[in-house]
Design a protein around this ligand. Sequence first.
Ligand code: SF4
Ligand code: SF4
Length: 147
Amino acid sequence: MYATLIVKFYHYYKEIKKIIYSKILRKKYYRTGRCRCCGECCKHIYVKHGKNVIKDEKVFKRLQYLHSFYTYLEIIGKDETGLIFSCTMQDPVTKKCTIHKNRPGICRRYPQEELFMMGGTLSDNCGYKLEPIIKFEEVLSKLMKKS
Ligand code: SF4
Ligand code: SF4
């Protein structure tokens, strides 16, 4: 009886969490796991400013006056997604952030699901995972019921 109650409570908790994330916060993924401090996400970075990924060097130079985070970045390349940056605040030996306690919000919030919309992926070593809130099987079963 006690076990059944706990299972039921957990089930409701999961359903409520799902509704809050998907309907209110409009999220598609749960972020799970934790940082392994591998430093992979501080190099080979795309940066989204507003709605767009920064693609133009001149635009980037102007943005450097707007936010200190942009002054930390150096351009290391460019591809079809946009400019590719590396962060100069990463210690080249330890791979750790040298301003960890004062790191910008964008770094504190990493990884966010917008990453996928920018054509990015999590590095193989990343300790985080972005897991779909509504599983593929659930979407498929709803579609099957409708048809
Ligand atoms: S500020 Fe620190 S956490 Fe953010 S990208 Fe640079 S090295 Fe990484
Ligand atoms: S890639 Fe993932 S595990 Fe590695 S430092 Fe960045 S957030 Fe942490």
